[in-house]
Design a protein. Structure first.
Lengths: 112, 117
């Protein structure tokens, strides 16, 4: 059974304090791993797609990496506006495009 | 800018009434849309896949007679929660699939907060 586990559940950082969020996954055949940002009361906003182990993607202060078992979202020198819940999701070859398996998310709070 | 629009953003209804939520793709025609539900501190869970011109496909455990889906045009899917009960209170989010982009990410609407009193 496909499964996604994110840790930690919540993370509090000071502005400028770099850290990483973890997404561990179990899937029969990985078709794609996705990172989304979700603000309170809003839908998920797409950040990155990773397809194969060793792949890395960067966007501003965020960098996503992928291994065969997990993905990390590295946040470098975060700012208060980076505060949000970060969701990880996987899609396997057995499912449709919409059948994403989501983790519960990591709620990030960045204090000034 | 947003590519998927959802309306309303929040709704409060009385137990036993029905509520309709709309999901529109703004700059493309979507033959397939997806409806998710998210409870507090829980994962987004796929409820059903909405196919234009045909019946929706429901995930296991989702009552198709309770959650009616209509995908009458290439830009609009609706989810109607019939005979709503307090346990149906949740955050409902739709997403749309751009044709020809099989492995690209889904783009989501901003969700509808449903509260059943």
């Amino acid at each position: 059974e496909d499964q996604v586990t994110q840790s930690p559940e919540a993370l509090r950082l000071q502005e400028g304090e770099s850290s990483s969020l973890n997404c561990s996954y179990t899937v029969s055949g990985l078709r794609g791993l996705f990172w989304y940002r979700q603000d309170p009361g809003k839908g998920p906003e797409f950040l990155f797609t990773l397809y194969s182990a060793g792949e890395e993607k960067e966007k501003e202060r965020l960098k996503a990496t992928l291994t065969k078992k997990e993905s990390f979202l590295h946040i470098t020198a975060p700012k208060p506006e980076d505060s949000a819940t970060y969701l990880c999701a996987v899609r396997d070859y057995g499912g449709s495009q919409g059948n994403l398996i989501f983790g519960k998310g990591t709620k990030l709070s960045v204090k000034p | 800018g947003a590519v998927v629009s959802q309306h309303p953003s929040w709704v409060i209804c009385k137990s036993g009434t029905s509520v309709k939520i709309e999901c529109r793709s703004l700059d493309f025609q979507a033959t397939t849309m997806f409806w998710y539900r998210q409870f507090p501190k829980q994962s987004l869970m796929l409820m059903a896949t909405s196919n234009e011109g045909s019946k929706a496909t429901y995930e296991q455990g989702v009552e198709k007679d309770k959650f009616l889906i209509n995908h009458a045009s290439l830009t609009l899917s609706t989810l109607t929660v019939t005979s709503a009960h307090p346990e149906d209170s949740s955050f409902y989010i739709c997403s749309a699939e751009k044709p020809g982009t099989a492995d690209s990410p889904l783009h989501f609407g901003n969700g509808t907060r449903l509260t059943v009193t």
